[in-house]
Design a protein around this ligand. Structure first.
Ligand code: URA
Length: 445
């Protein structure tokens, strides 16, 4: 099988066989296929797409390029949760404790942030002492005891995806639905849970800017999961504006805790509860309404917060910093962004907020860069709010004063206002299962 022939076949819109895909992925991981040929293949996929069968086979070949976690030593039905990324997306910090407080079992491997989107592992590391590199034994023990644990993704998990993603990142081939779907699902399938809940974000702060693309991505990932024998459901959630008010690391942990103790922004609470309820449905705890009530009770009774504190303690984190946000990293410098006129906020560009937070030090441009745990942006207004000239729109936080200029430049047109408030779309736009797409759901903002 010559790589040249596989590139030609894909370039002309052909469908690669399972053997061809297997040899392509194995050959690239071994180093027999050079970067330039893999890049050409990826670009051919970007233009021609992949059939459902090809996408599934590509996913499985990447999954099988490394270790697959065997979670059978942990009893109970294990459910994983994955978000395709967003700005201010700290739902995992709320959803997993809610799920665990309801008796769910959630062993979760998470990633770090890149570009304008944040990562759960970075956020958790804002809690003093919190360890995100757990041995498999320790990870299993914490899940068995507490019902949840969150660890960084091991390098042995789907190494083919890591190598291919690095190439996609520099060849403008990230934004391809079959490539995104296979990349995410290869890692989710290798992580070993019994069922998977996907949060496919859509809007200015997400990979998918438009609902039809997000639906196609959701359908593709659900089809891959189901074909691999894992019950998989996807929610489409709104990421046109940042979720909640806090965008950063320490400030996002503090905001997640607010929701866990019964306050916090309504949009964050609504999306988190919808995700938690769907995890409970997947784990067989009943119909959606029953599960939604269980999830809401776990929050209102404080049981979810207790579960979060137990996970923090088990992973070496300082629980007193969770209970008192002043003990989380604090920024040395703060600047206020003010409204330049009167009007209703009609749009807050999530991508720009994410990029500005990155410019303040809260995120990284390239993998491996260190980040400022205290940096970020705290919004004082959300779409639909009325503002008067000079009123506070947001606080910028950083430990390096010289970063403000770039953040202000990026934010110049991130807030838009008008004479009338615009109708907000639902926070949960659709639920995608193997059988159907339901569109709806709750507005909450
Ligand atoms: N996240 C991934 O893991 N892979 C992609 O291709 C895009 C987002």
């Amino acid at each position: 099988m010559r790589m040249f022939d596989l590139i030609t076949k894909k370039k002309r819109g052909g469908e690669l066989t399972v053997e061809e895909i297997g040899s392509l992925v194995r050959g690239f991981v071994k180093g027999d296929i050079p970067d330039e040929q893999m890049s050409a293949f990826l670009m051919a996929v970007w233009f021609q797409g992949m059939t459902e069968r090809e996408t599934g086979n590509f996913t499985l070949a990447m999954r099988d390029s490394g270790d697959c976690v065997d979670l059978s030593a942990i009893s109970g039905f294990k459910v994983d949760k994955h978000s395709t990324g967003g700005v201010g997306d700290k739902t995992t910090l709320i959803v997993l404790p809610v799920f665990a407080a309801c008796g769910g079992v959630a062993p979760k491997m998470s990633g770090r942030g890149l570009g304008h989107t944040g990562g759960t592992i970075d956020k958790l590391e804002a809690i003093p002492g919190f360890r995100t590199t757990l041995s498999e034994t320790e990870f299993f023990e914490i899940v068995k005891r507490e019902g949840l644990a969150i660890t960084g993704q091991s390098a042995e998990l789907a190494p083919a995806d890591k190598k291919i993603y690095a190439l996609r990142d520099v060849t403008a081939t990230v934004d391809s639905i079959p490539l995104i779907a296979s990349s995410i699902m290869s890692k989710k399938l290798a992580a070993g849970a019994d069922a998977i809940l996907l949060d496919v974000t859509v809007g200015s702060g997400a990979f998918m800017k438009e609902v039809p693309d997000a639906l196609r991505l959701a359908e593709t990932m659900v089809a891959i999961g189901e074909a691999a024998g894992k019950h998989t459901v996807a929610l489409l959630t709104d990421m046109d504006a940042p979720l909640g008010l806090a965008v950063g690391n320490a400030i996002e942990v503090a905001e997640a805790v607010q929701v866990l103790i019964g306050s916090g922004p309504e949009d964050l609470k609504t999306v988190s509860l919808a995700l938690a309820a769907n995890m409970l449905v997947l784990s067989g705890q009943g119909e959606y309404e029953v599960c939604a009530e269980k999830a809401a009770n776990a929050l209102s009774t404080g049981l979810a917060f207790d579960a979060f504190c137990r996970m923090v303690a088990a992973q070496g984190g300082d629980v007193s910093a969770v209970k008192d946000a002043c003990k989380l990293p604090q920024a040395a410098y703060k600047e206020t962004v003010r409204a330049t006129g009167d009007g209703y906020i009609t749009h807050i560009d999530a991508e720009k907020i994410g990029l500005a937070a990155m410019a303040l030090g809260a995120g990284r441009e390239k993998q491996g860069e260190s980040i400022d745990m205290a940096a970020g942006i705290y919004l004082k207004k959300k779409p639909g709010d009325f503002v008067r000239e000079g009123e506070e729109l947001a606080f910028l936080l950083t430990n390096e004063q010289e970063r403000f200029a770039m953040a202000r430049f990026i934010l110049a047109d991130a807030f838009r206002a008008g004479e009338k408030p615009t109708e907000g779309r639902p926070l949960v736009l659709a639920r995608v299962t193997r059988e159907r797409i339901e569109t709806y759901l709750s507005t909450g903002r």
